[in-house]
Design a protein around this ligand. Structure first.
Ligand SMILES: Nc1ncnc2c1ncn2[C@@H]1O[C@H](COP(=O)(O)OP(=O)(O)OP(=O)(O)O)[C@@H](O)[C@H]1O
Length: 685
């Protein structure tokens, strides 16, 4: 077994389990090792029945006083029993687990662990884990991993699979040169990976995390730079005319470009006319208007007789770009061929797209990952625009580049990173920042509310719809889950149907829908045939429907601040007032404080830095930063100093051993190859 082996080589993993793991993006032995726990739980000291409080996650010691029964409610079997002590009692309920009945012996004492809720005046614990007193004694104080799951894949099963994988010693060769480990007091890889899954205590967990965070940054920076030609910018083989073409287009835009947009475009145009090929990042907060800059750069390229391509992270976004490019070309009276190429297109449609790539040597090409598949053969490809999400696929650029003469590269990002960090992370790119929003934009009005506010929120949504606007409602889940108590789009949309007048059309959107279905729903929303879109976070990245003025986020406490900021960025994209309603279902003070940061600011940079202050170093059980810049454990803000160290070490290493062929670096070189392979397979290259 090696890190690239399929999961089924792990003992106990059959075809069915493997399929479930695929659903959460875990395909190989290496993937499961990197499927780090989302958080950890520590079993609390067991309480007596009379001490239990409503709403708490508790371990309760009690004697079974009622013969367990299994009831049937429609198709669901429900097992019920009661534990009592000193006149107090607690009802225990298990859904779809009829076999529990055989484990429960009247008169015996057990410890039950789970969430306690008051229902019809009685305290009830649902889906409790059950232990003998002896078993529980050995569990107390241990950190238990809590993994990201999917329906059918239990935490137990993931835990067991991870344990089995950890059993194979030779998966854990330490690739980090000894001297670096020594210098920063980093623990061994073997130890780190075991402790991150099953930490002995807080201290070992922190030690393990420190090592793995260092690794993530180190490998990321190294993989970017460990390319021999890296420091030599390729010669620019394309000829771009000095003319007023883009200025004329800008004149005809229905709005004035911001100075920051003008400056970014000028940077791009200058680069494309310079001696070497462009490698540039455009960084700009959500809604700052990066798309028009991309469009103008592509139009400039077409005008000079070359092809250009923009790769979007999702199918929905690719289509959205395609449509907006078409309408812009129409508006400008430009006759530039526009080609769409995405994974969900039929074989026939794809074939037509490939043909178009061959025929139109100045086409603007828009697509998803399908753009870098073998069959896509370009002519004259002079400009490639990617989203920052793709930066982790280091070889992708090579793949694109391999499709013709080395093209100009433009990367777009909405992640607010301070310049010093950006220089490290995007070491090989020049940076343009769009730090201004269009002049007429009104700042979004925010509020954080609890669930009791819903009727008012619905009335408000109705009011906005009557004004001709639209709304998003975001829920964390697709459907009801046994593992998480949070709103799901399927049930929510049904409930919302009861709340809103019939003439208001409600649509549902989530990641498990087929691409075709998703496109259809998005299309209807764009055309205002759907007024309320109940969706998961699939709308998070880049969706642009300026007519939508309300963003209501259920279980806002469950999202990272960066993600909430991205979601909120879906409104406030036009000139009318927009609103963001964050529904906080938690009564924890910490969630309130976090959400308050968003409530008070609409500025991505400010949010990131406030969030960091609030979390403080070492606080890594909280919700991790999510958004585009996704590391597994590392957090570019919180771990900024480690990022700096890793960057310095990479520079030193490559200065002394650029090929990584000295003995102490051989393991590293080997691991880097695996890392590349892994990236490649993840991206289906
Ligand atoms: N200078 C401007 N003045 C007015 N509106 C603008 C200007 N620039 C862009 N817009 C409009 O603002 C909206 C958001 O722009 P765009 O989609 O480019 O944002 P973005 O930077 O890509 O954001 P995100 O990161 O959220 O995708 C669009 O509807 C666009 O037409």
């Amino acid at each position: 077994m090696d890190r690239n082996s399929p999961l089924r080589e792990i003992k106990g993993v059959g075809a069915k389990t493997e399929e479930l793991f695929h659903k959460i993006g875990v395909y190989t032995v290496g993937d499961i090792l990197l499927h780090y726990p989302r958080t950890y739980i520590q079993y609390p000291q067991a309480k007596h029945v009379d001490e239990v409080l409503d709403g708490e996650q508790a371990a309760v010691l009690g004697r079974i006083t009622r013969t367990p029964v299994v009831r049937k409610v429609r198709t669901m079997q429900i097992t019920v029993t009661t534990i009592s002590e000193m006149g107090a009692s607690l009802e225990l309920v298990w859904y779809r687990m009829p076999y529990m009945k055989n484990n429960l012996k009247v008169g015996s004492t057990y410890i039950f662990y789970g969430k306690v809720n008051k229902k019809n005046g009685r305290l009830v614990m649902e889906q409790a884990a059950m232990f003998t007193e002896e078993q529980y004694a050995s569990m107390e104080q241990v950190f238990l991993p809590v993994y990201t799951l999917t329906n059918g894949l239990s935490n137990n099963l993931v835990t067991k699979t991870v344990r089995a994988a950890l059993g194979d010693e030779h998966l854990f060769m330490d690739y980090l040169p000894h001297a670096i480990r020594e210098k920063y007091g980093l623990c061994e890889y073997n130890y780190a990976i075991r402790q991150i899954h099953f930490p002995e205590d807080m201290e070992t967990l922190i030690t393990a995390r420190r090592r793995l965070v260092f690794d993530e940054f180190f490998l990321f920076i190294l993989s970017m730079q460990y390319q021999k030609e890296k420091h030599v910018k390729e010669k620019n083989e394309f000829v771009f005319a000095e003319d007023d073409f883009t200025d004329e287009l800008i004149e005809r835009l229905p709005y004035e470009l911001t100075n920051a947009q003008k400056k970014a475009l000028a940077d791009v145009k200058r680069d494309m006319r310079s001696e070497t090929v462009m490698q540039r990042l455009i960084q700009g907060d959500v809604g700052s208007g990066k798309t028009i800059v991309a469009f103008l750069a592509m139009a400039d390229t077409a005008h000079n007789g070359y092809q250009s391509a923009i790769m979007a992270p999702t199918e929905v976004l690719a289509r959205q770009h395609y449509e907006s490019y078409q309408s812009m070309c129409e508006q400008f009276g430009l006759h530039i061929p526009i080609v769409l190429l995405t994974g969900s297109m039929t074989a026939k449609q794809k074939r037509r797209a490939y043909e178009a790539l061959e025929v139109y040597s100045n086409a603007m090409i828009i697509g998803t990952h399908a753009l870098i598949q073998e069959k896509a053969i370009y002519q004259n490809l002079a400009l490639v625009i990617t989203d920052e999400q793709h930066r982790f696929g280091v070889r992708q650029r090579e793949t694109f580049a391999g499709k013709g003469t080395e093209p100009h590269v433009l990367v777009m990002s909405a992640t607010p990173i301070p310049r010093t960090l950006a220089i490290i992370i995007y070491g090989d790119l020049d940076i343009s920042v769009i730090d201004e929003v269009p002049a007429k934009r009104l700042p979004i009005k925010n509020c954080v509310v609890d669930q009791r506010y819903r009727p008012k929120a619905y009335a408000f949504i109705e009011h906005e719809i009557r004004e001709g606007h639209q709304a998003y409602v975001i829920c964390p889940l697709v459907e009801e889950s046994e593992n998480m108590e949070a709103e799901n789009v399927t049930d929510y949309a049904k409930r919302l149907r009861e709340e809103l007048p019939e003439d208001i059309v409600i649509g549902v959107l989530h990641g498990q829908m087929k691409a075709e279905q998703k496109n259809k729903i998005m299309d209807q929303f764009v055309k205002n045939e759907i007024q309320v879109l109940v969706s998961t976070t699939v709308v998070e990245v880049g969706v642009n429907v300026p007519n939508a003025t309300v963003m209501m986020i259920e279980n806002a406490e469950r999202f990272g601040l960066a993600q909430l900021h991205q979601l909120r960025g879906r409104v406030g994209r036009g000139d009318v007032q927009s609103y963001c309603i964050m529904v906080n279902a938690s009564d924890s003070k910490n969630s309130m404080k976090r959400l308050d940061i968003l409530n008070k600011s609409n500025d991505g940079f400010k949010i990131a830095s406030e969030d960091l202050k609030l979390r403080g170093p070492g606080d890594f059980f909280g919700i991790r930063q999510s958004g585009e810049m996704q590391f597994l454990l590392a957090d570019i803000y919180q771990d900024a100093s480690v990022l700096q160290q890793a960057s310095e070490e990479v520079q030193d290493l490559l200065a002394t051993d650029p090929e990584l062929c000295e003995e102490e670096n051989i393991n590293l070189q080997h691991y880097l190859e695996i890392f590349f392979e892994d990236q490649k397979s993840r991206l289906n290259l």
